[in-house]
Design a protein. Structure first.
Length: 202
């Protein structure tokens, strides 16, 4: 009888140990799978699908001095009264260089005013950047410490906002603006907002 009890106890002990080993293997695997799913979901999302808490709300109040080599700074008052675009950029930002030709095109066509918010840049660098690549901005404010960008909920540069004539933020594009995003989303929204702004109010 004693031998049977010992054998039964040893069997239970082995079973418990096997369960523990199984959990030790399964738990890290489950965590890895969960992380992989989250990462995969993040990679498949479009950057401009990230929601912004500021959409539909009045633009933040600010007043910035002009960047070096320019005479016109940028304030919140400049962004009210007409539909406009605000581009957050920096001379050290590689994707900003990619989208810049599209902004030069926008400036040449004159369909919508484009304003620049220069983010944490060196004065001489941004001056050289605009003089070399061209300056598409109606006004450009120097956000030297990045505080204004924080108020706008900026994740990083570049980012571009569509602002309604009522001074409310209508859309936020994260990352470099592409020709597709411009043609399918940004400019159609600008045209709709401009049409709504022209309609007489009751």
């Amino acid at each position: 009888m004693a031998g049977n009890k010992t054998t039964s106890s040893e069997a239970q002990s082995r079973l418990t140990s096997e369960k523990r080993r199984g959990l030790m293997v399964a738990l890290p695997l489950a965590v890895f799978v969960a992380l992989a799913l989250v990462l995969g979901w993040g990679l498949t999302r479009n950057a401009d699908d990230i929601p912004s808490a500021l959409i539909g709300k009045p633009l933040p109040e600010f007043n910035l001095s002009p960047v070096k080599g320019r005479t016109l700074g940028l304030s919140s008052a400049d962004l009210r009264g007409q539909v406009s675009l605000l581009n957050v950029f920096a001379s050290w930002c590689v994707p900003c260089r990619e989208e810049h030709p599209l902004f030069m095109q926008i400036a040449q066509e004159g369909k919508v005013p484009l304003y620049g918010l220069n983010y944490k840049d060196q004065a001489r660098d941004v001056e050289k950047w605009l003089n070399t690549l061209g300056d598409p901005y109606t006004r450009t404010g120097a956000d030297l410490d990045g505080r204004v960008a924080i108020d706008w909920g900026v994740y990083g540069v570049p980012e571009t906002f569509v602002i309604g004539a009522d001074g409310r933020i209508a859309y936020k594009h994260i990352g470099p603006v592409t020709r597709e995003a411009l043609g399918k989303t940004i400019l159609p929204l600008v045209e709709r907002l401009q049409s709504e702004a022209r309609e007489p109010r009751p």
